[in-house]
Design a protein around this ligand. Structure first.
Ligand code: PCA
Length: 199
């Protein structure tokens, strides 16, 4: 059986919960589309999160990698097209505030996902779940982790699919935060399963 590494993030900034953690907890250990899902929760820390992903890739030796992040304010599930070689944004959970530095000095400016994002977005819509491809994963930890995965695959000449999907807030998070569009946790879990079915 093939293995999928599925990552989520711990809570960060003023979000007291992160629905990606719940998706990973629910799907870890299950089998979807002949992939046994191995879940990992990453910290929100510019000095650690990328390394955590790479360590998990080396431990698990997956056949595909999907990382998940919360995009509070987005209405749809958004598979990401590209990661850029830049760290920027607010303070991370360790109090570090980046200022536009490169993630890898020898890295390309940008790298495209190797996940089937067109099929993923179509599959979600056919199943009644709002989705669209996003052309920016931002410059915070989600972009950082996506870039780490793609950089590693390229450097090690691995052709396994790797990339990132941003998801909206869950209802549990929207109860805590004003004016956030939200989905039920069940729909978020289902959306990620449908994406895995496209691998
Ligand atoms: N979302 C953040 C980092 C952690 C998360 O879940 C982001 O979009 O960069």
């Amino acid at each position: 059986m093939k293995k999928l590494l599925l990552t989520g993030f711990e809570p960060f900034l003023d979000y007291p919960v992160n629905p990606t953690m719940e998706v990973v907890k629910s799907l870890s250990g299950t089998v979807v589309n002949d992939y046994l899902i191995h879940g990992e929760i990453l910290t929100v820390d510019f000095s650690k999160s990328g390394e955590q992903l790479l360590e998990a890739i080396e431990d698990v030796k997956p056949d595909a990698v999907i990382s998940l992040g919360l995009a509070g304010g987005r209405h749809k599930v958004t598979p990401e097209r590209i990661a850029i070689n830049c760290n920027d944004g607010p303070e991370d959970n360790n109090g570090w505030k980046p200022n536009g530095e490169k993630i890898f000095p020898d890295g390309k400016d940008g790298m495209f996902t190797t996940l089937p994002i067109d099929q993923m977005a179509e599959r979600l819509k056919e199943s009644g779940l709002p989705a669209e491809i996003s052309n920016t994963a931002g410059t915070y930890l989600c972009n950082n982790v996506m870039y780490h995965g793609l950089y590693y695959m390229r450097k090690n000449e691995l052709t396994i699919p790797s990339g990132f999907i941003h998801i909206p807030a869950s209802h549990a998070l929207a109860i805590e935060q004003r004016k956030l569009p939200s989905w039920s946790q069940e729909d978020l879990n289902r959306a990620v399963e449908l994406c895995v079915e496209c691998l």
